[in-house]
Design a protein around this ligand. Structure first.
Ligand SMILES: [Mg+2]
Length: 317
């Protein structure tokens, strides 16, 4: 499979997973089943008067990460040395400005809003808060398309700590970035998890994140049923749990994008984020051709997502 298919798979995969979970983000599994039947939500449907395929803040911010990285690349090419995280921070501020438009407000996370409104950019040396919400990890999968290995991890950490100051908030993001890079290179999911875990252990405060990754791997391996396994890992409102749920879904359905995002979208927690992250992993692993064509046809801003993937591929593919 071509590298371009993996880039498309990552961006379309995360957006479509997000759009699948969006209509049920704040519902419990029992409520989801009451609305959609025993199998839960299994297709893109309209929500909040938005058409089917509309995504949430997760995808908006992941695309902002992409725009920030592209801007950093462009500036580096024309002006020499550039500080990547500062360019990504600017892209997040551009996203913040869109949140004044009610049609663009898609249940944004409070930590992201308040951190970006503070006028300061959080860094590892000067974090703005002690939040471990999943608002960091939900937006860093595309970092693995531009960087590899420990550098992908570090960039992911720096982009997440802009808004989230707890290690579980930013290390989960670094992990996601490095994992995606391994999958682009054709490394197996298990080996990618092993290698990203090695990097994770270098950082202070890694323990909770590693515990969730390990738990996801054990539960995926021992055939624990889907519902019980995800409940044990957690609801995913915090970064380490969201990462754990997404990894579990990918390991349980490594050949089936649709099944993995449906698993990520049907539980008691932050389902748009976990489905989005599972979608990024599977989309990168299997390529965009593994994503149902009728879903790709329906996703919001498809042309823009495709052109961002193509642009990233021109530079980093
Ligand atoms: Mg969301």
């Amino acid at each position: 499979m071509s590298v371009l298919e993996k880039f498309r798979g990552c961006l379309l995969g995360l957006a479509i997973g997000d759009a699948l979970g969006a209509p049920v983000e704040f519902e419990q599994l029992t409520g989801i089943r009451a609305r959609f039947g025993r199998a839960g939500i299994t297709d893109l449907v309209p929500w909040h008067s938005l058409p089917a395929g509309s995504y949430t803040d997760d995808t908006q911010m992941a695309l902002a990460t992409v725009r920030g990285m592209l801007a950093a690349h462009e500036r580096g090419r024309t002006k020499g040395i550039v500080h990547g995280p500062s360019m990504v921070y600017r892209a997040y501020l551009d996203w913040l400005a869109t949140q004044d438009d009610p049609t663009q407000r898609r249940a944004p996370g409070n930590t992201c809003l308040s951190a970006l409104r503070s006028g300061k950019m959080g860094t590892l040396d000067a974090p703005l808060n002690y939040s471990k919400g999943c608002g960091g990890v939900m937006r860093t999968a595309p970092v693995g398309l531009a960087f590899r290995g420990t550098e992908a991890f570090r960039q992911g950490v720096e982009y997440a700590v802009i808004t989230h100051g707890h290690p579980s908030g930013y290390l989960s993001a670094g992990f996601m970035a490095e994992l995606i890079g391994h999958l682009v290179d054709g490394t197996s999911l298990d080996d990618g998890l092993d290698q990203s875990s090695e990097t994770l252990r270098i950082y202070a405060g890694y323990e909770d994140t590693l515990e969730k990754i390990t738990q996801a791997r054990v539960l995926a391996g021992n055939r624990t049923d889907l519902e019980t396994a995800i409940r044990e890992i957690g609801e995913g409102w915090v970064g380490d749990e969201a990462l754990g749920v997404a990894i579990f879904c990918a390991l349980r359905f490594p050949d089936d994008y649709r099944a993995a995002v449906i698993a990520g979208a049907n539980h008691d927690g932050d389902v748009d984020s976990t489905a989005s992250m599972a979608g990024a992993i599977l989309g990168t692993m299997l390529g965009a051709e593994a994503i149902p064509a009728e879903w790709i046809a329906k996703i919001e801003n498809r042309q823009e997502i495709e052109s961002l993937a193509a642009r990233m591929h021109e530079i980093w593919g």
